[in-house]
Design a protein around this ligand. Structure first.
Ligand SMILES: Nc1ncnc2c1ncn2[C@@H]1O[C@H](COP(=O)(O)OP(=O)(O)OP(=O)(O)O)[C@@H](O)[C@H]1O
Length: 600
């Protein structure tokens, strides 16, 4: 049996079902171990009473000393067994944790990959993912243990109460009545603790990020250059404090509730034990039974007043956890998003936007408004416009990342919504502003652009052509292990590349893909305008005769395009070749003139 994450409601029953699905044997074994422990505890009360009573009879000369030995041996055996069984329990908990981590981590990784793109871009979703997935094996094994402990305490309490009832009934009733009010208090305590964790999450996220900036490799140079460490330290401290205060307040409130309640029951339990003296003196209760019950009452009050309330409070905390588990499991998914691109070569003829309007989910501002355009096969297009004009948004719509647009987007005269994910993946390839630098070999960095033919000889030949065209072949061949050299900083033998070299690698990756339409969304933003424009020219030469879409707000790079779209106020304000737009003396002309000095 294996755990499968489904879009369903998860509740307290899943405290047992989830670990059981991950590790049935471990879960059953842990349950048996807990049950044995509970029964041992109840049995122990009777054995202690018998042992003391027979010891007193030995002292009075009514029994021989050997007659007490079986009870002593039984008592020792019970205590020894409890210790052994505790360690057996620990072994099964570890076993369950390993299975849970193995299966749930995979399920949640897949879930994250399948989520709709609006959730991928939503920081609150990442907070939720963090809360649910971080240390998931600990959460799940704790849920199980707390549930078992709850059952174990119930068995223990019922058993001991039964013994007390059979001896002196009113004491049993009194204990039950005294501890009932503690249950709602502990339930509330658990909820408070989890709500605190939730509201502290935003501060946690910030201070963890700052911590990364303060200690990570990525910002190391800027840390030295701008000397902002002290300033950020201060900010880190503020965020950390906020989180700490929220958690501390919740803990204080919870403890006050809990210990206040159990202090009262403690006092009352002393009264009960005092009351037990009378039936003992009158002979109604044996001395052994008095001692055993008195110890059991103290244990029971502790169990019901502290341990039971702690368990209930933890269970109510996990009840909040399982609610978030449910929310994450039910996040909308995109069908087929994890599929590989289809191996069928896609044919691109046209792409048309008909009165397309779009706003990001959860926002009120239209980024695109009644936008119309037509893209045709074999032509180089460019989208230009000021920062925030919506250029990247257009590419997200073209590649099918968002489907909640108004109007129509047609690919080859068929609605984009009718295309399968694997077809869209085979239709478009590209690189974006924040392209990835994979810490794997140079060769793999490029070949994964065509995932369906990773180890194929044709792919390797194509890679050599592309890297030669993009002027990176020499640099990669002269690395210590050539194209097999691991890039980045992971291994000792890894070699890091310059920013421009990484960009050429990312471009090679995009060109490896057999997709007929290539998108270049400012992967070169880090370069100076002249280098960017040179790189775009190289890319244009290689993809001659193919359809490409360049995005940049630097017009020197995009003027080579056959057709340029100028985006302004959510629609195409101007379109045409560089020459036509210059002659038009409109927005493009003004923008171009203002950037002229960048290229001199
Ligand atoms: N996930 C998102 N949720 C909400 N708003 C967003 C999201 N992504 C982008 N926006 C907003 O949409 C607008 C257009 O952004 P977009 O990235 O498309 O612009 P751009 O023209 O590519 O800009 P730049 O040249 O700076 O890259 C901006 O106002 C941006 O704040």
């Amino acid at each position: 049996m294996k755990f499968k994450l489904k879009a369903q409601v998860y509740n307290w029953k899943h405290f047992i079902i989830i670990p059981y699905q991950c590790d049935p044997i471990g879960t059953i074994a842990l349950g048996i171990q807990k049950l044995c422990t509970a029964l041992t505890n109840v049995f122990q009360v009777l054995v202690i009473a018998k042992f003391i009573d027979s010891a007193i009879l030995v002292a009075q000369g009514e029994l021989t000393s050997t007659e007490v030995l079986p009870w002593l041996a039984l008592l020792m055996a019970l205590v020894g067994w409890k210790r052994v069984s505790f360690n057996i329990g620990k072994y099964f908990v570890k076993k369950i944790q390993i299975r849970v981590e193995e299966q749930l981590s995979k399920e949640f990784t897949d879930k994250r990959a399948r989520m709709v793109y609006s959730q991928v871009e939503n920081p609150e979703t990442w907070d939720l993912v963090n809360r649910v997935c971080k240390n998931i094996e600990i959460h799940v094994s704790e849920m199980l243990q707390r549930t078992f402990n709850f059952m174990l305490y119930l068995i223990r309490i019922t058993g001991v109460l039964l013994i007390i009832f059979t001896q002196i009934w009113w004491v049993g009733i009194l204990i039950t009545l005294l501890t009932i009010p503690l249950i709602p208090i502990s339930l509330k305590g658990g909820k408070t603790a989890y709500t605190a964790t939730k509201s502290a999450a935003q501060y946690d996220r910030r201070y963890q990020y700052i911590s990364e900036v303060l200690s990570g490799r990525e910002a190391a140079d800027e840390r030295t250059l701008f000397a902002f460490t002290n300033h950020l330290n201060q900010y880190w401290h503020e965020q950390f404090e906020q989180s700490r205060i929220i958690n501390l307040k919740a803990e204080i409130r919870r403890s006050l509730n809990m210990y206040g309640g159990s202090a009262i029951t403690n006092i009352l339990s002393s009264v009960i034990i005092l009351a037990l003296i009378f039936p003992t003196v009158s002979g109604e209760l044996s001395q052994g039974m008095f001692i055993a019950i008195a110890t059991a009452v103290y244990d029971l009050i502790k169990l019901m007043g502290e341990e039971m309330t702690r368990v209930v409070s933890q269970l109510s905390k996990y009840n909040e956890y399982i609610k978030e588990f449910t929310i994450l499991a039910n996040i909308e998914e995109v069908e087929g998003v994890t599929d590989l691109p289809t191996t069928e070569q896609q044919v691109f003829k046209t792409l048309e936007f008909k009165n397309v309007s779009f706003k990001y989910p959860g926002t009120d501002t239209y980024i695109l408004k009644d936008m119309n355009m037509v893209l045709e096969n074999g032509i180089h297009y460019a989208f230009v416009g000021a920062n925030g004009a919506g250029k990247t948004t257009v590419t997200k719509l073209i590649t099918g990342l968002y489907t909640n647009f108004e109007g129509e987007i047609l690919i080859n005269e068929k609605s984009i919504k009718a295309y399968k994910q694997k077809e869209l993946k085979a239709m478009f390839s590209g690189i974006y502003q924040d392209f990835a630098k994979y810490h794997i070999s140079a060769e793999e960095n490029i070949l994964i652009g065509n995932i369906n033919s990773l180890n194929n000889n044709d792919s390797k030949e194509k890679m050599i052509h592309i890297t030669k065209d993009l002027d990176i072949y020499e640099a990669l061949s002269s690395l210590p292990k050539g194209f097999q050299t691991p890039l980045g900083k992971l291994d000792e033998e890894s070699v890091d590349l310059s920013g421009g070299q990484w960009q050429r690698i990312a471009m090679s990756r995009a060109l490896m893909s057999p997709a007929p339409v290539k998108i270049l969304d400012e992967p070169t933003a880090a370069l100076d305008p002249i280098s960017e424009s040179k790189l775009y020219e190289e890319f244009e030469k290689i993809s001659k005769g193919k359809t490409s879409i360049f995005i940049s707000h630097r017009l020197g790079s995009t003027k080579i395009a056959d057709k340029i779209f100028v985006l302004e106020k959510g629609r195409i304000a101007e379109e045409g070749s560089h020459k036509k737009l210059i002659d038009q003396k409109g927005i493009y002309y003004t923008m171009f003139e203002s950037q002229r000095s960048w290229y001199q």
